[in-house]
Write a protein that binds this ligand. Structure first.
Ligand SMILES: *Cc1c(COP(=O)(O)O)cnc(C)c1O
Length: 521
């Protein structure tokens, strides 16, 4: 069934072009690394995993001529074939449960299994969002308690739980800012973002109809306060600043920035994706933040990647709280109630509307609250301290071999940033990343932030042991030395992965998204 090399899995090569470990195998497999063809190549129309009764061709035709005339060409497989196909494919993935994930700006951390157990409890997992609140008190209690934790940890008086990702939370925050400005008859046009901003910040502001302008950075990698103050004026609606920022540094002037923005009549949006570094140590409310999203799927565990699921609650200052979206959960003497359009009192009539049809991502809420309760307040503080310690260990262990542009700006936060300066002519960050795959690691975040040439952003998270960090550091050092020495074998890495170096330009320009076999369709 598993025809040789049909999926294009080439035998692994050494740098000299020899096949690794001997000649190519008949199957294309390499011991326990199994080749896998497309499902269309292994399936056929005569096989099925289920036994269906033969259709009664004499029965009256109830479909009124709407039945399909032509075969749609779906491949048929038996149940074991189907299970094996997807299991083999899953073994070609790198995963947080296989090894360290150094992706910066993503916080790919271990998701304790307890979270999964709680999220799957039928009382949470099988709820219908329109079930009467008298039957959903436990779920509402989870949303309410999580909201209380988020308000306490951030020092902010209100929170919207419904946004379903960080970027969705940004939109929620900017819409509240717009509603607040419009309510005082002061619609402004411009949103300022630092050069190092995550792409979602300017995208959100533009999506909400604002003009976006850059704020420059100082040579030490922080927002240039003087340049920001010079730009402030009656046309500036808000600033959007990530803190800790995408260079892995804490914005020490944040309070001064917020005061200056407020004095100029604007509002302060903080991108809280990096909250992981400061939980339990810094409360954004004390820094003058008006709105900040929290990526529950980054800061408070939850498996993510591959597009979701995520959850991006937004905390609000007093000034913005009345404009927050509906619904939210309130605690009354009779239990938990949902404040919706019909029940919102005067105070909440200013709400800008809704972000989602229902209440947000229940599965993320249960995981995040489980994570918080199992760590406790002191444990959460230790999480951020350990995350920062791990990142600094990586920064200081590699700064002699990799260019670390902000190494002199003080300790980094939860991520360490390097650049490609010093690589041999023609060697790139991409080559180093591909070499890292041969070492058995998922590569770090590359070419972001844009302010550093050939950027490599490494975030270890607090869950990695010193032994794991040492192994990663050793691999990074080895690959970096090859990039500096101009080792040409790095240009064709990975050599040992299921797939060799792919043509990324071709993949972007001429994606092959479907496979069709004239014999099947
Ligand atoms: C991840 C991230 C975002 C976007 O969050 P999503 O949940 O992916 O939409 C925004 N800003 C920063 C700094 C991030 O790291």
């Amino acid at each position: 069934m598993n025809a040789p090399n049909k999926s294009g899995w080439k035998p692994a090569m050494t740098a000299d072009g020899d096949t690794v470990g001997g000649p190519a195998t008949y199957t294309g497999n390499r011991a326990l690394m199994l080749d896998e063809a497309l499902i269309f190549e292994i399936g056929d129309k005569n096989t099925t995993g289920v036994d269906l009764p033969e259709p009664d061709t004499n029965a009256p035709n109830r479909l009124g001529g709407m039945e399909r005339a032509a075969d749609i060409g779906l491949p048929g497989l038996s149940e074991p074939e189907t299970v094996r196909h997807y299991t083999r494919l899953s073994r070609q993935n790198y995963a947080i449960d296989l090894g360290l994930f150094p992706l910066g700006s993503c916080t790919m951390k271990h998701n304790p299994r307890l979270n999964e157990k709680v999220a799957r409890m039928p009382g949470f997992a099988d709820l219908h969002p329109m079930a009467p609140t008298s039957t959903t008190q436990g779920a509402l209690a989870v949303i309410y308690q999580l909201a209380e934790w988020l308000k306490t940890l951030t020092g902010m008086p209100a929170v919207a739980m419904s946004p379903k990702a960080g970027a969705h939370g940004e939109l929620c925050g900017i819409l509240a800012i717009r509603a607040a400005l419009e309510a005082r008859g002061d619609a402004r046009k411009v949103v300022l973002c630092p050069e190092s901003a995550h792409g979602t910040n300017p995208a959100t502001a533009a999506f909400a109809g604002y003009e976006v302008e850059d704020i420059p950075a100082t040579p030490e990698g922080r927002v240039d306060l003087a340049a920001l103050e010079a730009r402030l004026g009656p046309d500036v609606a808000a600033v959007m600043i990530t803190n800790p920022n995408t260079c892995g540094l804490f914005e020490r002037d944040f309070r001064k920035i917020a005061d200056a923005v407020h004095a100029a009549g604007g509002l302060v949006y903080c991108d809280g994706a990096n909250f992981n570094a400061i939980v339990g140590r810094v409360r954004p409310g004390d820094l003058g933040v008006d709105a900040m999203h929290i990526n529950l799927h980054k800061t408070f565990s939850t498996p993510h990647g591959g597009g979701g699921p995520g959850s991006g609650p937004v905390v609000f200052s007093e000034a913005l709280a009345p404009f927050a979206p509906l619904p939210f959960v309130e605690k009354t003497v009779d239990g938990y109630e949902l404040v919706e359009e019909e029940t919102a009192g005067d105070h909440h009539q200013l709400s800008f509307g809704r972000m989602t049809a229902f209440h947000g991502q229940m599965g993320m809420f249960t995981r995040a609250l489980t994570y918080m309760l199992s760590h406790g307040a002191d444990g959460l503080k230790q999480v951020s301290e350990d995350a920062v310690l791990n990142a600094n260990y990586i920064l200081r262990s590699l700064e002699d071999v990799l260019f670390a542009p902000y190494a002199d700006s003080g300790p980094c936060m939860h991520e360490a940033l390097f650049g490609d300066k010093g690589f041999a002519e023609g060697m790139t960050t991409l080559d180093l990343a591909k070499g890292l795959i041969d070492e058995g690691f998922h590569p770090m975040t590359m070419y972001f932030p844009l302010v550093v040439h050939g950027a490599m952003l490494v975030e270890p998270t607090e869950t990695e042991s010193k032994a794991a960090l040492d192994q990663f550091i050793g691999a990074m050092r080895s690959v970096a030395e090859r990039a500096i020495a101009g080792d040409q074998s790095l240009k064709t890495a990975p050599h040992y992965a299921p797939m060799r170096r792919l043509d990324e330009t071709l993949a972007a320009r001429k994606p092959v998204l479907a496979w069709s076999d004239p014999g099947l369709v």
